[in-house]
Ligand binder design. Structure first.
Ligand code: ADP
Length: 336
């Protein structure tokens, strides 16, 4: 398996995630349709004494996919085993995980879209028939043996459901796309996190952070920490609107929650490419960022606020984006 190299920033985020993660379904804010669906499925599985159906969770990073997978294990009172697509390089890696599962366990595979096609296929019989075909021996003497597996629930998380092969996707009984959170929901998450961190926050302070969190709980928690630092060092110690505004300005996060890279992406499209359309790879090269990061992390929010559109010919900035950047809209009115 590939060792993970972690930047200090990523390690900080992981610690923060762990400490603030909701533990039960009732602590998980928002995503009401999904929660309602899961509640029924959990109850039915418990009543029948069976493993929960396999679950596929799609959506941008930081929306709560890992948290939900852990919550499912907690609600079912079963083991939670976690890995990620890129860590599974060979069939034997999957076999090692699956054959060691306690009955009923939740097996969480993050970034499941990054499994190779051949490895995806290993999951088919495991998910459907709880069997793992293993080839023993080599050449003419090779035989396929079938190893029975304990009942388990595969929870797959992906930022790109579209990259999963159809047969794999179809084997998930429950499939759901998580939506960006509303300001109200994010304010609730900020208040809950502040209580866990032991910091005082007033409702307006929570609201300012929520409004600038790009619809994403992980961002809300990160900003809360930064604002708390600011409030303690420069303010009254309370996370209020004034501390939030000042701290976010220092972080170069504007009133809509756009950070420097968001603005660079928009500026590149508006100025360098005349409003677009521009292809993703050209755009990525032009701002010096990975294509995946732009597509998974930045674009969903830029589209939600109505600044960016994906078209068959590439990315296009909207007139609202020009206006937000204080630029004159380019002259290609035919695009809208
Ligand atoms: P993902 O797996 O989708 O990247 P995570 O489950 O790791 O997201 O969530 C990131 C952090 O955001 C969690 O540690 C948790 O603190 C917070 N979070 C996410 N969703 C919610 C939610 N619905 N309610 C409360 N906190 C949440």
């Amino acid at each position: 398996m590939t060792p993970r190299i972690q930047t200090p920033e990523a390690a900080f985020e992981e610690d923060l995630d762990r400490s603030l993660r909701p533990r039960r379904l009732e602590d998980f804010v928002g995503q009401e349709p999904l929660k309602a669906q899961l509640k029924v499925a959990l109850e039915a599985a418990k009543q029948r004494g069976e493993a929960l159906d396999h679950v596929l969770l799609a959506g941008p990073p930081g929306l709560g996919k890992t948290s939900l997978a852990q919550i499912l294990a907690a609600e079912l009172e079963v083991d939670f085993v976690q890995t990620a697509g890129p860590a599974l390089e060979r069939k034997a890696d999957i076999a090692a995980f699956l054959s060691a599962l306690e009955p009923g366990s939740v097996f969480f595979v993050d970034e499941i879209h990054r499994l190779s096609r051949a490895l995806e296929e290993t999951f088919y019989p495991a998910m459907e028939d709880r069997e793992l075909p293993i080839t023993v021996g080599q050449g003419a003497g090779a035989r396929v043996m079938t190893v029975p597996l304990p009942p388990f629930t595969l929870v797959g998380a992906t930022t790109r459901a579209g990259l999963l092969s159809r047969p794999l996707r179809d084997r998930f009984g429950i499939q759901h796309r998580l939506e960006l959170y509303t300001e109200e929901e994010l304010a609730t998450i900020v208040r809950r996190s502040a209580t866990i961190l032991g910091c005082a926050v007033d409702p307006e302070g929570a609201r300012v952070i929520a409004r600038r969190s790009r619809g994403t709980p992980r961002v809300a928690n990160r900003l809360l920490k930064r604002v708390r630092d600011y409030a303690e060092v420069r303010g009254s110690g309370v996370v209020d609107a004034a501390a939030a505004e000042a701290a976010l300005e220092l972080l170069e996060i504007d009133h809509l929650g756009l950070d420097r890279l968001d603005r660079e992406i928009l500026t590149a499209i508006c100025e360098r490419f005349d409003g677009g359309p521009v292809g993703l790879s050209t755009l990525a090269a032009s701002v010096g960022e990975e294509q995946d990061t732009i597509e998974d992390v930045y674009e969903p929010y830029l589209m939600q606020v109505g600044f960016l559109k994906r078209t068959p010919r590439g990315r296009v900035a909207t007139p609202a984006a020009f206006q937000h950047l204080g630029l004159e809209p380019s002259g290609s009115p035919g695009l809208f």
